[in-house]
Design a protein around this ligand. Structure first.
Ligand code: NG1
Length: 404
């Protein structure tokens, strides 16, 4: 049996005229447990890195060329020069994520050397499990390593979200932070401005089951437009509420939520917001409260309480934030019916996956029900990438390929 790393060595040699990769970077994907669509409002989130990851086998070049192959089906080879303003490829081109990392690093550091690289990933794409940020993080670590640049993780957690916006999504900083800052066996509360990652051990016997809705949430088409629209609506709602308040107007949701008299801004919100803006605002402020309660629930190993918060989060994302789909709602219903204490869509929504929480004794029942009631009727037999239990993984790394 050929190990994944040996397979990468062989494919690399075939792609680059017999050359041997010397280094390997790897970055995990994540499942967001709670705290959805609030990172770009500067509010805390609660994700967990998972065992599935993006790997980049590479060797430094002496010039500024980046040549990257991908072992996945349907990926063309990407070539570009590391420079501050690379021309983006067509919308949806995977190479844009590589260029995103490259241009972000060139702008911040004297990065001038490129790499020959091979990407391999077992992370489902456009599934709400952060495959895009894992690719950006793994590429950035490879380029930094090839250029001998050392940068601490918090600085990179701040730099890479901005770099990734090159692709056109006005995303927050959750995905890069958890990929760079996770500790195995834990979930993390991620705070922003400045970014901080606080690990919380996942209690023994808690199982987070991930199930795909079979619809990809490709953030290069309509999902990107809908996502960016949400970020604008949240900013507009805050601005309107802030304008009505006494004293110094809050400049962020964190400042708003930390005001001594919440009744004042709640009253204002109800008075000045209507329709979608009121709904988006209601989701953001209620989800912020749920994140803090969920962290406490995990710390005291209160499975039921954590699950109840996940259910409330899903309801809010469905009814107020408008990012769920019929398939996601169906998965949530099946998981709960089979004994999950909570289930919710995870990631941006518009397709992608759900995450369901159950205790170890119910894990097989939840997996079985999802298989029998969702996938079997749709004639989907290959469930490996679509239905699995998450394991709390550690952070991204870069090192010698020989030691991998
Ligand atoms: P997904 O679509 O799950 O990779 C996106 C954003 C996050 C966050 C979530 C919603 C990017 C890179 N990621 O994640 O920052 O806003 O949606 O909570 O834009």
């Amino acid at each position: 049996m050929v190990s994944p790393v040996d397979a990468m060595r062989r494919t690399f040699a075939a792609a680059f005229s017999g050359a041997v990769p010397t280094r390997l970077s790897r970055a995990p994907g994540r499942v967001n447990l709670i705290g959805e669509h609030v990172d770009y409002c500067g509010l805390s989130v609660f994700p967990m890195a998972i065992q599935r990851e993006v790997r980049v086998a590479f060797r430094p070049r002496l010039d500024g060329l980046v040549r990257i192959h991908n072992t996945g089906p349907g990926f063309s080879t990407c070539e570009f020069i590391v420079e501050p303003d690379p021309a983006p490829g067509p919308t949806g081109d995977w190479g844009n994520y590589l260029k995103a990392a490259g241009q972000g690093l060139v702008r911040a550091f004297q990065v001038s050397r490129g790499i020959d690289a091979l990407v391999s990933s077992d992370l489902p794409i456009a599934a709400g499990l952060s495959s895009s940020s894992a690719l950006v993080v793994a590429t950035a670590l490879a380029l930094l390593d090839a250029n001998g640049v050392e940068i601490d993780r918090p600085a990179l957690m701040m730099l890479l979200p901005e770099a990734e916006r090159y692709v056109g999504t006005q995303g927050g900083g959750m995905d890069q932070a958890i990929s760079l800052g996770a500790v195995a066996g834990t979930a993390s509360r991620v705070d922003f401005n400045p970014v901080r990652v606080t690990a919380v051990p996942v209690p023994a016997g808690w199982r987070f089951v991930i199930a795909s809705s079979l619809a990809s949430a490709e953030k290069s088409g309509p999902a990107q437009v809908a996502y960016n629209e949400r970020t604008r609506e949240c900013a507009a709602a805050l601005e309107r509420v802030a304008a009505t308040l006494s004293g110094t107007p809050p400049r962020s949701y964190s400042e708003l939520l930390s005001r001594p008299n919440p009744d004042e801004w709640l009253r204002s919100a109800r008075a000045v917001l209507a329709g979608p803006l009121l709904q988006r605002f209601r989701h953001v402020v209620s989800e912020a409260a749920r994140v803090h309660m969920a962290q406490q629930a995990m710390e005291r190993a209160d499975l039921e309480a954590f699950g109840t918060l996940m259910n409330a989060s899903h309801q809010s994302l469905r009814d107020d934030y408008g990012v769920s789909t019929g398939a996601l709602d169906e998965l949530v219903r099946i998981a709960r019916g089979a004994g999950a204490v909570g289930a919710r869509l995870t990631g941006a929504g518009f397709g992608g996956c759900i995450v369901a929480l159950c205790d170890a004794a119910r894990e097989e029942a939840v997996l079985g029900a999802l298989g029998a009631e969702f996938y079997t009727p749709r004639n989907v037999c290959d469930l490996g990438d679509r239905l699995f239990t998450a394991e709390a993984a550690g952070a991204a790394s870069v090192g010698s390929l020989a030691g991998a």
